[in-house]
Design a protein around this ligand. Sequence first.
Ligand code: GDP
Length: 439
Amino acid sequence: MFDNLSQKLDKAFKTLKGQGRITEINVATTAKEIRKALIDADVNYKVAKSVTDDIKEIALGREVLISVSPGQLLVKITHEELTKLMGGEKQEISLKGDPSVILIAGLQGSGKTTFSGKLAAYIKKQNRNVLLVACDVYRPAAIDQLKVLGEQVGVEVYTEPDNKKPVEISKNAIEYAKKNNKKVVIIDTAGRLAIDEQMMNEIAEVKKAIQPSETLFVVDSMTGQDAVNTAKAFNDRINFDGVVLTKLDGDTRGGAAISIRAVVEKPIKFISTGEKMDALDVFYPERMASRILGMGDVVSLVERAQQVFDEEETKKLNQKLRKNQFNFEDFLNQIQQIKKMGSIKDLVGMIPGMGKMMKDLPIDDDAFKPIEAIIFSMTKEERENPDLLSGNRRNRIAKGSGTSIQQVNNLLKQFEDMRKMMKSMNKMQGKGIPPNMKN
Ligand code: GDP
């Protein structure tokens, strides 16, 4: 996410390297580089200018402490200003009313339907009874798509395939929700490839008729300034409450994320980082600023882990590790859990400094494939008792998984090393921390 921008900003701060203090001249050079980086990232020009003017002014006015270098100070000020620019505090969606109604709007292909499914899953996790409503009366495929997503996340989908009137469908859906004890209704509307009058009228009419407690505008972040302009056009017409930025996993520039709030004056509320139903995050301006500046985002990483890993299961696993009973079945399980947390590249970017360190390495989600194939080719007994894996069996596994005998041996060796490490850690824990390791 935003790799190009992070690298360019890093370069901008390096112009201050070796400088003992902040001066008009050196801070102006850095501010100019920051501005260039932002404009290259497709940040609106006016926004880029105003934020870098602010950064410069604040830097000149702030006394440099002895312990902080001018470069570090500039990173800190930029972090503060980017956070402010993106809205400061996180903004919740409003779930007022019984049922509360959320209207989803946006262009076709922006990721509206996918987001509707994700939002339904997100709200369902808070133990609220959700109803999804398919209101795209032009594309029957969109109705089917929502049904599939609804099934995936276990949320009922309301449809009226023969009705071509979105206002009617929405009203009927809300009535249905009232009768069936649904507490939140999410309405996925029809999009078009570009802004057109009929679409705007249609959404405005639905909004007027059903008075949603929250209207969210979904936009593809990869379209940069176009995303900002489309958001502005929609907002002028339907006055939405918040923005959902999608496809951030493919966005290396970040212009929309940075400027949309300043231009449209509406907060970003969610970000979507993949096609899977759990690739959804609440938007925190401060954490996003950290990620843009390559400072990582450990808080979000931990939150994602908490969503994916079950506490009881983790406890059991810990016990197994302690008793050195961890086997390939558990290993496979762990890989599958990690994959649920999102794309590996994205996860690496959340660890401070890691994104920068690993930017040239080919990290992709296929990295787990050979490992999984090898484990899948083992029998149940072999997975539970890796000591059974003789030369013959290893050969069979290599053939079965389409890997080489070296790959199988490597995996077994790594697994063995891991078990040894666990064993020595357990011993250490038994004896307490050695005195030379205490601080
Ligand atoms: P709609 O026409 O606005 O309802 O858009 P869809 O929900 O059908 O999404 C269009 C395409 O974008 C689909 O192929 C989705 O799988 C994909 N998509 C949606 N959100 C994301 C995302 O956050 N990341 C990625 N990589 N793809 C996404």
